[in-house]
Write a protein that binds this ligand. Sequence first.
Ligand SMILES: [Zn+2]
Length: 174
Amino acid sequence: MCIICRNEYQNQSKITCERCPYIIEIPIIPGLIELNCIGCLNLRKIANIPGLKRLSCYCCDRLMQIPNILNLEFLACYRCLFVSKIPNIKGLKTLQCDNCRSITEIPNIEGLKYLTCNNLKIKFIPHIEGLQTLTCYSCLEVSIPFISSLKKISCSKGTDIPNIPGLKVHYWRT
Ligand SMILES: [Zn+2]
């Protein structure tokens, strides 16, 4: 049982509950800045927690939805098999959503700098102005737009890369 199940989470700015099979829903926790709920196999819902800056909720097999938390800066939600949509989170800087096999598109998140979206069934990467680093290997048939701010792309061999000055490309073996 984790700190949330034990009801001992008040006045915490950072909470970690890894692999807790009991938790089903994470409530609003006032003052929380960082939440790591990783591999919680029965977790279905995370509340929209005001003021949260960092959310890691990867490998939560039954999580249905990512909350749209205003000014969340960091979101790692990879391998959440039932999450079918990434909200357009205002203020988000880093998004890691690899292996979310129900996702078919990524929103155009204004201000996003780091995007990791390996192994998704998406057709294109949105034209995210200001994006600096893109990692998108095993996204079959994905097309990458000309984003002049891009400094580094990691992708599968055969991906069509736009000709952006100064861009470093790293090809992954697939
Ligand atoms: Zn728990």
